[in-house]
Ligand binder design. Structure first.
Ligand SMILES: *Cc1c(COP(=O)(O)O)cnc(C)c1O
Length: 429
């Protein structure tokens, strides 16, 4: 009997009914060659698995649990709405309320449309950009993930920024060719591709702070160049802030960098743990959407009242408490503590954090792009992650994912984590 016996059995069962046993691939723990943990409860900074093991959670459902799991105020908002019905398929006032809260925090957003996931948000933003500009081509960056949208599931070879090849079968080559991928944080690479395709360029889409190749902030001068070139060319700049929106600061990465994109995509935090995405931006662009304009976009459950109740109550709490500086200090304390231990054991380890997001890498130098992350040490990562999870510390099970901290992580959880890392390293990775 192992201590995750139930998770092992539940995974076996799940594999009979669900492809790979999961509804989203990273959950399967393939990256760390291990059995996923099945959970049954979460509270504050903690997750509880099917075998009743307790974990300090540093994923927070990939962002939304910024105020901790099962926050009483969010649960109360959901249950209040629950009494009134779960979906009407018709407008409600809480949609405008949520939209106003988003606009208040993210000034580049003048109008916003709700959808049900981050993927839907980026897919719709790309269609709108193409419809609005009357152009077809998209530039993205290697290692930036924008959901599983056909046009965006392309990273175009290892640094060789030629016409895109799809990352998955099922994406027509003809469509993939319209997406070009450049190296993240590489101005020369971007300029080279930009010059080639600028006459047919609808949009440049970027995670201003990448959270899907570990955690890698864009260089300020790199992001400024994207803004300058797209403006000059009358192409749109889309900031994909599905992960960073309401996570690194109230106004997202664009607030930290003081750069205003034309369109912004949101998700994760804005749903307060329920399925929500959104895209928004300049009024004149957003009004190109149906029913005002010709670009079609719709959703049966979009703006769902239950999801809006959860999301708006979380955004209100974030506005009231502005927890970002304190989250960053906590993440920094955690990482400094870990780094000291790794240094003592002569294991290369680099770290970074902003607001409620962080990353660590098994490398001397902090990675700046996807190739740097690929070249970090896998053996150390896999061994460390498995030992952490076994020891009740739930970090993201892939070196291509970021870490998340919540307001409910206190000094106790941070020091318990550091002590566990110390124990793990003393026994040897
Ligand atoms: C998670 C994520 C998406 C996709 O959102 P889903 O809700 O998983 O569809 C898109 N872009 C970024 C930056 C993300 O982190």
């Amino acid at each position: 009997m192992t201590k995750i016996q139930k998770s092992i059995e539940l995974f076996k069962e799940a594999k009979l009914h669900i492809p790979g046993g999961v509804n989203s691939p990273v959950r399967a723990f393939r990256n760390i060659k291990s059995n996923p943990i099945f959970f049954k409860k979460a509270k504050g900074p903690y997750l509880f698995d099917a075998d009743n093991n307790k974990y300090i959670d540093y994923i927070g459902s990939w962002g939304p649990m910024i105020m901790g799991h099962s926050h009483p105020r969010i649960l109360k908002s959901i249950s209040k709405q629950l009494q009134l019905g779960t979906s009407y398929g018709a407008p409600t006032s809480i949609e405008s309320e949520t939209a106003k809260l988003i606009k208040q925090c993210v000034p580049s957003i003048e109008k916003v449309r709700m959808v049900n996931s981050g993927t839907e948000a980026t897919m719709s933003a790309i269609r709108l950009a193409r419809g609005y500009t009357g152009k077809d081509k998209i530039i993205k960056f290697d290692g930036c993930y924008h959901g599983h949208v056909d046009s965006l599931l392309i990273k175009a070879g290892s640094g060789v920024s030629t016409f895109g090849l799809p990352d998955s079968p099922g994406i027509p080559n003809e469509l993939a060719k319209k997406t070009l991928s450049c190296e993240f944080n590489n101005k020369d690479d971007f300029l080279k591709i930009f010059e080639k395709v600028k006459n047919d360029l609808a949009a440049v889409i970027v995670e201003p702070i990448a959270g899907n190749m570990g955690f890698i902030p864009g260089d300020h001068s790199f992001l400024k160049l994207l803004r300058k070139k797209t403006t000059e060319n009358k192409s749109l700049l889309i900031f994909d802030e599905v992960m960073t929106g309401f996570r690194v600061s109230l106004g997202g990465a664009q607030e930290l960098y003081k750069i205003r994109p034309d369109l912004t995509t949101l998700g994760k935090v804005i749903g307060g743990g329920l399925p929500v995405g959104a895209f928004g931006g300049k009024k004149k662009i957003m009004d190109f959407l149906a029913p005002n304009g010709p670009v079609y976009q719709a959703g049966t459950l979009s703006g769902n009242p239950l999801a809006m109740a959860a999301g708006s109550s979380l955004i209100k709490m974030l506005i009231e408490t502005d927890p970002y500086k304190s989250l960053e200090i906590k993440a920094k304390n955690l990482l400094i503590g870990m780094k000291r231990l790794f240094e003592k054991h002569d294991i290369p380890f680099s770290t970074n954090q902003l607001g409620g997001m962080f990353g660590f890498f098994f490398s001397e130098k902090l990675p700046k792009n996807l190739n740097d992350v690929i070249n970090t040490n896998d053996k150390y990562f896999i061994s460390f992650l498995n030992k952490c999870i076994d020891g009740g510390i739930y970090f993201a099970p892939s070196k291509f994912e970021a870490g998340f901290i919540s307001t409910k992580h206190t000094k106790t959880e941070i020091s318990n984590t550091i002590n566990k890392v110390k124990y793990i390293l003393n026994k040897g990775l």
